[in-house]
Design a protein around this ligand. Structure first.
Ligand SMILES: Cc1cc2nc3c(=O)[nH]c(=O)nc-3n(C[C@H](O)[C@H](O)[C@H](O)COP(=O)(O)OP(=O)(O)OC[C@H]3O[C@@H](n4cnc5c(N)ncnc54)[C@H](O)[C@@H]3O)c2cc1C
Ligand code: SF4
Length: 283
């Protein structure tokens, strides 16, 4: 049964080194400059780098850029590209896809914007993802199975990432998706010229190779009930996205009011259609 035992404390899963929100500089003016005493020494404050604080995946961007720059050396016998990719994929198992399509809020947060221009973080991410596919890198399998099973409803990027993180912790994961293939809107929304399907397939297969199984053409609520899933698994994780499960919330009618804003990614143009969403657009 998917009940949460009472003695288990829910802890947020995060890859950030410090607390969320602490990438903003503290106001030291009063403590250091306006104070009526002479302790005006520089103060080193540890906080999340702004790039990592702005990345929805919380990737250790400064960590893998330090590897790419040769500051942190890989272990003997491991190429720096692989070492950097392993650091990156601690948080995000889809670097080749994200390097292509993510609108890169990490770059808006980059401190170099104050100097001349941001570091091209998602180009590095893209490169490392490609290198890993070319060199057929795989994820290490967990050493100790937990004996727990988890159902993930929805095989889009959120569900795939959840499956990846859960499988690495030793849980047995089954992804349920109503569509014939995994990938969610990465496959059924984003066109192939932005995300080549061979790249998408390679990054998905690497997650499945961890032992994750996928049950396709299976809609929860129609083909299987939620109660059935709850009975069969120790936990159920919902990653149904914003489009598929709520098709009735979308209107494609000729009379619908066209949206006036474009999605935030380069080349995005939802404005050419008459798409509206009853609850308001997310992008
Ligand atoms: C046309 C288009 C272009 C886009 N372009 C970009 C881009 O360039 N860059 C970018 O960053 N983002 C882009 N996005 C947004 C991006 O694709 C989404 O933010 C992302 O896919 C959301 O991931 P998700 O896993 O939360 O949901 P989804 O990708 O929507 O995945 C949800 C999955 O759940 C399944 N599901 C839903 N309900 C059920 C159910 N009851 N039973 C079983 N399965 C179910 C669906 O079949 C689907 O596979 C675009 C989206 C669209 C539609
Ligand atoms: S481009 Fe990559 S590193 Fe930057 S915000 Fe997106 S996923 Fe994170």
């Amino acid at each position: 049964m998917s009940a949460i035992p009472e003695n288990v404390q829910a802890r947020p899963l995060t890859f950030r080194r410090f607390k969320d929100g602490d990438s903003k500089p503290l106001a030291w003016q009063a403590e250091i400059f306006d104070a009526d005493h002479s302790h005006k020494c520089p103060t080193y404050v540890q906080s999340t780098p702004p790039c990592q604080g702005s990345c929805p995946s919380g990737e250790d961007i400064r960590g893998y850029l330090n590897i790419v720059r040769g500051i942190e050396k890989p272990p003997a016998g491991m190429p720096w590209q692989e070492y950097a990719w392993r650091r990156l994929t601690e948080a995000n198992p889809l670097p080749s896809v994200m390097g292509r399509v993510c609108p890169a809020p990490c770059e808006s947060g980059c401190n170099r914007n104050e100097v001349e221009d941001f570091v091209g973080i998602n180009s590095v991410e893209h490169f490392l993802g490609e290198w890993a596919i070319e060199h057929k890198l795989s994820f290490p399998k967990p050493e100790h199975p937990s004996g727990k099973t988890v159902a993930v409803i929805g095989g889009g990027p959120a569900g795939l990432s959840a499956a990846y993180q859960l499988a690495r912790k030793g849980h047995t994961v089954t992804i349920y998706d109503e569509r014939p293939e995994l990938g969610g809107m990465m496959r059924y929304g984003i066109p192939g010229f932005r995300t080549p399907r061979a790249v998408l397939d390679a990054e998905i297969q690497r997650i499945l190779d961890l032992g994750v199984t996928a049950r396709m053409n299976c809609r929860i609520g129609t083909d299987i009930t939620l109660d059935q899933l709850r009975a069969e698994h120790d936990a159920v994780f919902f990653t149904t996205g914003v489009c598929a499960s709520s098709a009735s919330a979308w209107s494609w009618s000729a009379g619908a009011t066209p949206r006036s804003t474009s999605p935030p990614w380069p080349g995005g143009s939802a404005t050419s259609s008459t798409r509206t969403r009853a609850t308001g657009p997310r992008w």
